[in-house]
Structure formats: C-alpha cells, structure tokens
Design a protein around this ligand. Structure first.
Ligand code: ZN
Length: 702
C-alpha cells in the first residue's frame, strides 16, 4: 500500500483553511488521502476524527471532537463535512451500561456545535471515547481478508504485531464504542484496534502518525497475505464454463434482461427501474469462470456496512442461452430464487428479534455472470457505480481469502442488524421521486433545437438522457450546455448515422452496455430540402427520405429487441411535423417523408401494443431555437421563408406567431413537455398525435 503523505501538500491544505483550528485542517488532508484509496474505503465508508479546543460564542474554551458526517465521502472531504461535537458530555456516556439508538442520536444531536453540520458518523462515540487526538478508521480489503479466515484473530495478530488488539465483531454505535474503549483500557500501549469482519482503527496524537499507522498496518497485512499465497496454484477455470464467443454482444443482451427481471412496482404503484453497470476486468472474468464462482456469490458481504447498498448475496449466472427467450427464462428464475431467499432471510431474522418494520425491496444488486464479469444495479447511475465498486472489491478480497485458506462469511444476524438499522439506512438519504426517475431516454438529432429542448425537459423530470446526433461538434455543444445545467451523471452521448441500420444497432447495444437498457426512444433527427416537385432532384429526395423515414424506421426497429428483453413496456415518441396534416408548396420531400414516418409510427403502435410499448407522435411547427442551439431545419428553410415574405428573423418569428390561433411562440421546451407527457404514462394512449403548434386549424389531427 502506497503512503501518499506529502508534508508540503499537508501544509498547503492547512493554509487553505486559515479560520479553522489547524488540527482540523490537517485532518481534512489525511482524510482525503484515506478516502482516495479504494483498497482502504469505498464511497462513504470509513471515518476519521480529530479532537481540539474551540471557543464558544461567549469565548469559553471547550474540548471538541470533529467526526466525519454520516455517509460523507472521505475522498472529497472539506471542513464542512465534519460534525463538531462537545466532547466532555459525550465522554460521560461511557459510564452507561447501554444506550438505545434513539437516545444516542439525541445525545449526538444536543451536543452538536452547529445545527448546520451534517449528522455525525454512526461510529462517533468510538471517536469520542478513545482518548487520541487523531483517529482513522477504514474497512481495508487486506484486513478483511485476514479477519474472514477460520483463525482470523490469530492471523491478524501474527500479521500486524503486538501493537494491535483484535476485538470480535460488535454492532456499531454504542456497543462498538464501549468495546473499543474497553480494549484500549486493557492495552493502553496499542496503536490500533481491529474489529473482526469490519475494519481497523488507528490513532495517534498527530495526523501524520495516525495516517502512517494505517498505511503501515494495512501494508503489513498485504505483505503477510502475499507471502502466504504466493506459492498457491492459480485457480483454473471450470472446464464446463467458458467465455461466450461474442462477449460484447452477450453483455448487451444481458443488461436489459437483468434490468427487466429486477424492475418492480413499489407500494405507491410506481414502476421502479434500475440502471445497470457492467464491469469486465480480467480478474472478474476469471473469478466468474472459476470453480468457486458460486461460493463467491453466496457468502455474503465483506462487512455488514455494504449490505444497505448491495444486499448480502450476489446472483451467480452460470448459463447464458443463445436465444433471448431462454436467457430471459434463466435470469427471471434466478431473480425469483433470490427474492424468495431474501424474503426468507427477512422473515427469519425479523421473527428472531421481534422486528416489526417493513421488508426492503428484495431485488439483487450484483450479478456475477459467467465469462462476462459483474453487473451492478442501482436506482441511479451513481448508485450502480458504487455497487459495482463494492462488488468488485468483494470478489477480489474473497478470491484472496480463499487462496489464503478459506473464506468464513459474516453471520446473517450481523448483516440484518446493519441492513435494517435506521441509522444506517439514513446514509442512503431520501431522494425525491421525479416523474421519469429510472428511465433511459434516447433522442436522435439531439444537437438541434428541438432535440435539445426535449433532452432538457427529460432531464428536468429525472430521466437519464442519451444524446445522439450525426454531427459530433454540435453534439458536444449540446452536451456541454446540458452538463452545465444538470451535471454529468445523467447524460450520455453517442454519434451515429440514423440512415445506417448496423450503426444504429451498434449504438443501441452500446447504451445497453453503459446503462442496461432503454425505456424511451425519441426519433427526432430530420432534414429538409426546399424545391417544387418539378425542380426536386431525385437524389435529394432519397437523402431526405433516408433520414426522415428510413431513419425513424431504423431507430424503432433497433429498439424493439431491447424492449422485448426488458419486458417492462416503454415509449416511442416520434417527432413528426405539422406538415403531415397541413403541407405547403416546395416542401414535398420533407412533408412526404414525415408523412411516411408518421404512418410507420401508427403501424408500430399497432404492432408493439402487445409488449406494452406505446408509440405516439408530436407535431411541432415553427420551432426556431436560439443562438446557443439553433434549429438545423430553420437554418435551411428560414432564409428562404424570410426572403419570400420580406422579413428579418424576429419578423419571421412574429409572423409564425400571428398566423396561429393562440398567437404563442412555440419553444423547443414545449415539444419536450409533450414528450414528457407521453413518456410518463399518464393516460393509456397509443397511436395518437399531439400538435405543439400554437393552434393551426389546417393541421388539426384527423
Ligand atoms: Zn466502519
């Protein structure tokens, strides 16, 4: 393990925060060092603290302990990420035999130095009770490899030496705080405490030493493990298990099936969908092919802390039939077995301790898939990524533990205690439920004004959006504008040509590999050509038909197998045109190709209803966009229209406004709102056309 401490960087970090105690500023620096090493902690795991004197508002000096906020990520720690607590009254709690969670929360609440600080870590009392100025706590992989052995306690002692004391697994909160201080009182010369199946605490009077001790002990554990397993023969793949011939293709097929099999309706009858992130590192592929792949999946989490995110077990997918229907059957059965087993675990544990709370959703979050790697599920792309990281570390750590001697799993009651501990669930935070939460939406022609407006409204309503276009530079522009407004997490982009079916199909597979599937497809890419029929070059007609009609067909066709694999319905919202019902002269290529796409969409509505996919059309008119994202169509048509009517751009906008019934300008976001309406399944509607044109009687759908 690399020691990343740099005195110059530590001093720079301290200088960055001149208005807080220097010890706290130095605490920020070493917290980040710990948080940035995934072999020590993952996403919000582990914690750190510092004790120092602070002045109250009336100038009285008191002893304070600053503990990491619950669920905060050490890697990006700032002073505000810590919760300052009045140390003396918290220390007095040591004298109690027991303290229930509600009262512990109350005590941590009333002794906070600021109401604006985050909730302190659930391990805050460990930090308060131990006397050391700096305390670092991690769930280091190598420590867990040792504690999960049959004689783990002895091995930890052998690996880390006499300055470490090992205590049995103890529930975090007050019990762990009592156990830690008792261990220290009995051995005041120690530099660290290892908690079986949980992790390690190191401590010292300065931040550097506490960090160095962490790195030193974890390095010792790593070296000990490496020396013990270096002569072990590598595990050989089970002869019956092989990599699929086309791993990329199978990966793209598996994502939607897994996603669909795990989708469910919650207690408010809302459909919940997961995002799926696939990890395919050679180590994961090797583990999935090994004779102990099934054991890896069934032996539970490394530390109970992970259970709130990944549940305890993983699904092992050892069969990948070639036909979609067979693959679906295999995966659905695996998910059913998992949820049944989870239900049994909940019932057994709840009965044992008289727990009267509700069961959490019983769906798996991790799949180890033979020859492919790991699939991780999460309600947000970020959650899927966190779960993938946890899963990847679990597999690696267990493989090591098995090579060392054997992996001894955590007792299920420890897992349940943590998984259903309200203080632990609180870490996940309460997220609001947006209208399109969980949906993946793919828009073609997303670099243009209408596509951009649609993407914006879909993002505003919680969807993950895949921006696609043929123009890379314009797509980048749209993407960067949307990133500035919504961040990066829910935005994907891809360049492809809608007229080329293989390239469309490849792009759709790529999306399935990235996020697991697609729920909403918005064929929007379109081109125009202005010419009366007698002047219309047949090659130009072909070009317009290729994008507007065939492009719509290609996109709908490529989406169908994905909708079928997911089995959770879906929406196609085709961006059609006012011209379909109300054509004009010199616009034959555009109007005819759009009318063809419109008719095709109605056929799709008829054909796809039995798989729950609704197909609806939106007919916009006169959408100009703005200088940031302008409409390609209007760039082409506008000048001619302006010329023929003797108007400037503003005059043309006003002209189109005035000719409609409502006399309102039609904005790209209005088209976006129509798409959101259809995509949110608020009415049982398919095959319908919704005009977004400010009212044009000649274009009323008929
Ligand atoms: Zn911990």
């Amino acid at each position: 393990m690399q020691n990343r401490y740099d005195e110059h960087e530590a001093a720079t970090c301290a200088a960055q925060y001149p208005h807080i105690p220097e010890a706290l500023a130095r605490r920020v620096y070493t917290s980040r060092l710990i948080g940035s090493d995934p072999a020590l902690v993952l996403h919000g795991g582990g914690n750190a603290s510092v004790k120092c004197q602070v002045l109250t508002v009336v100038g009285e000096e008191i002893e304070a302990v600053f503990v990491k906020g619950s669920g905060a990520d050490l890697a990006i720690m700032t002073p505000e990420g810590f919760c300052g607590l009045d140390l003396v009254p918290l220390r007095q709690l040591r004298s109690l035999e027991s303290l229930d969670d509600a009262e512990m929360e109350n005590q941590l609440g009333i002794h906070r130095l600021s109401t604006r600080s985050p909730d302190p870590s659930v391990e805050a009392l460990v930090h308060a009770f131990l006397p050391h100025t700096f305390i670092d706590h991690t769930h280091a992989d190598s420590i867990l490899v040792l504690t999960h052995q049959k004689d783990g306690e002895r091995l930890v002692g052998e690996a880390l030496g006499p300055k470490v004391v090992v205590i049995p697994y103890t529930m975090p909160g007050f019990p762990l705080a009592k156990a830690a201080i008792a261990a220290y009182d009995a051995n005041p010369e120690i530099d660290a405490i290892v908690v079986m199946d949980h992790g390690i605490f190191t401590f010292a009077e300065d931040s550097r030493t506490s960090y160095f001790r962490m790195i030193d002990f974890v390095s010792r554990a790593e070296a000990f493990i490496a020396a013990r397993i270096k002569d072990e023969p590598r595990s050989h793949p089970q002869p019956s298990r092989q990599r699929p011939a086309d791993p990329d293709g199978v990966l793209a097929r598996c994502g939607p099936v897994i996603r669909g099999a795990c989708s469910f309706c919650d207690s408010s009858a809302r459909r919940r969908r997961f995002f799926v992130e696939a990890r395919t590192s050679p180590a994961l592929v090797e583990a999935s092919l090994s004779p102990f792949a099934k054991t890896l999946c069934e032996t539970g989490v490394l530390t109970p802390d992970h259970a709130i995110r990944t549940k305890s077990r993983m699904v092992f997918l050892d069969l990948l039939p070639e036909k979609d229907e067979d693959l679906k059957q295999v995966i659905v059965k695996k998910v059913q077995d998992f949820t049944a087993q989870y239900g049994q675990y909940f019932q057994d544990q709840a009965r044992k301790r008289g727990f009267s709370g509700e069961i959490l959703d019983p769906y798996p979050r991790l799949f180890l898939v033979v020859g492919l790697g790991l699939f991780a599920l999460g309600f947000t792309p970020k959650a899927a990524c966190i779960n993938a990281d946890i899963g990847e570390h679990a597999v690696r750590t267990k493989v090591q533990a098995m090579a060392l001697g054997g992996y001894v799993p955590i007792r299920e009651d420890h897992v349940f205690d943590m998984e259903y501990w309200p203080l632990q669930q609180k870490k996940l935070g309460k997220s609001g439920f947006a209208l399109l939460q969980g949906q993946v939406a793919l828009i073609t022609g997303a670099a243009g004004a209408i596509g951009f407006g649609i993407a914006r409204q879909l993002l505003n309503n919680g969807a993950v959006v895949v921006l696609t276009d043929i123009h890379q530079d314009r797509l980048e522009n749209a993407r960067s504008l949307l990133r500035a407004e919504f961040g990066d997490e829910r935005i994907q982009s891809l360049t492809f040509d809608v007229t080329d079916y293989p390239s469309v199909e490849k792009a759709f597979q790529e999306i399935c590999r990235r996020v697991g599937g697609i729920d909403l497809v918005v064929p929007n890419a379109g081109v125009a050509y202005v010419a009366r029929l007698e002047d219309l070059d047949p090659a130009q007609l072909d070009r317009v038909v290729a994008v507007n009609l065939k492009g719509t067909f290609n996109v709908i066709k490529a989406a169908i197998p994905i909708f079928k694999r997911q089995g959770t319905g879906g929406n196609i919202v085709v961006i059609s045109s006012k011209n379909v019902f109300d054509p004009g002269p010199a616009f034959g290529a555009y109007s005819a190709s759009k009318a063809g796409a419109h008719q095709l969409s109605k056929i799709a509505a008829i054909e796809l209803a039995d798989i729950g996919v609704r197909v609806n059309m939106v007919n916009p008119d006169a959408v100009f966009g703005d200088e940031k994202v302008c409409s390609g169509l209007w760039e082409l048509v506008g000048p001619e229209r302006m010329k023929s009517r003797g108007l400037d751009p503003e005059g043309l906008k006003a002209y189109y406004c005035q000719r409609s019934l409502l006399k309102k300008e039609v904005l790209p976001e209005h088209v976006g709102n129509a798409v959101v309406f259809f995509a949110s399944d608020q009415t049982p509607t398919t095959g319908a056309t919704l005009p977004v044109d400010s009212g044009i009687p000649g274009a009323f759908p008929r």
